[in-house]
Design a protein around this ligand. Structure first.
Ligand SMILES: [Zn+2]
Length: 54
């Protein structure tokens, strides 16, 4: 089962969830720290989000 990394956009807390593929499509991940639903999936490994690329 894949592990997904998330980052909370509210408090910056990073956390992981283990989800099945079918689960992930309807997942409603929330920050375990502040319970915000404003979380962003962090893609680890091959792709790193830098924001700017020259
Ligand atoms: Zn949070």
């Amino acid at each position: 089962m894949p592990i997904y990394d998330y980052m909370c956009l509210e408090c910056g807390h990073e956390f992981q969830r283990v989800e099945r593929i079918s689960e992930h499509e309807q997942a409603d991940p929330r920050c375990p720290k502040c319970e915000s639903a404003k979380v962003e999936r962090v893609l680890t490994g091959a792709f790193v989000k830098t924001g700017k690329k020259s």
